[in-house]
Design a binder for this molecule. Structure first.
Ligand SMILES: Cc1cc2nc3c(=O)[nH]c(=O)nc-3n(C[C@H](O)[C@H](O)[C@H](O)COP(=O)(O)O)c2cc1C
Length: 205
């Protein structure tokens, strides 16, 4: 059975383009994977502390040396790393917030990029996993758009995923939400513009 880990982080729900398009992706993915299992990790509903001194000292010493403070600090990381490791495929739905991912997603990344768990001195420890990233933004960041150089999500997430060993990465750039945010277009109509990209992303699976 194939497991898809669906990571979502938008503070919005019904009005979120990244969540609406991710739901469409999952619908199609389940048609291609009738026995597939989807695990949703909603970062708006996950306790995500910033890493602290206990976390840091614990991450670099063997488990048998962990104090109770260290064990407590690493507990959330342990669970998130295990969930991420055991997934066969990954879907990430994320808004662009100030040219990068939202802070909750950065906090998540800091919890899962962990020495001797997801990377070591030889490089990434994870087996490659097909990973789709649906990026919702107010403006357009396609390669032909004048502001494409301000998109720091693609490069950042590619580096982080590559660092852990994940190389099969595809992006769906869902820009232009500004018109919806300004009430000039409906979310439903805007979301339809990305139907082909979502179907293409599934085809690549
Ligand atoms: C705090 C904040 C920062 C944002 N920063 C950007 C930005 O840097 N570039 C951009 O194009 N849109 C930006 N936007 C607009 C969102 O990317 C856009 O509304 C997108 O649809 C949000 O994803 P969601 O619909 O899944 O919540 C920002 C929105 C918020 C709330």
């Amino acid at each position: 059975m194939t497991t898809l880990l669906n990571i979502q982080c938008s503070p919005r729900y019904e009005t979120s383009l990244s969540r609406v398009l991710s739901a469409r992706f999952i619908e199609q993915w389940l048609l291609s994977n009738p026995n597939g299992k989807v695990i949703t990790r909603d970062l708006m509903k996950t306790e995500l502390p910033f890493i602290d001194a206990h976390w840091l000292s614990g991450a670099y010493i063997p488990e048998e040396k962990h104090t109770s403070e260290i064990a407590d600090a690493l507990k959330i990381s342990d669970a998130l790393v295990l969930e991420f490791k055991t997934a066969d495929e990954i879907l990430i739905g994320t808004p662009m917030h100030n040219f990068n991912v939202p802070a909750n997603f950065k906090a998540y990344i800091d919890q899962i990029v962990r020495f001797n768990q997801t990377y070591n001195l030889n490089g990434g420890m994870l087996e490659d996993k097909r990973t789709t990233i649906i990026l919702a933004s107010g403006r357009l960041y396609t390669i032909d758009a004048p502001e494409h150089y301000s998109n720091h999500v693609n490069g950042f997430l590619t580096s982080v995923l590559n660092y852990m060993g994940i190389k099969s990465i595809q992006f769906v750039l869902a820009g232009g939400m500004r018109a919806v945010n300004l009430g000039q277009e409906t979310l439903e109509n805007h979301a339809k513009k990305f139907e082909t990209s979502i179907l293409e992303a599934i085809k690549n699976y």
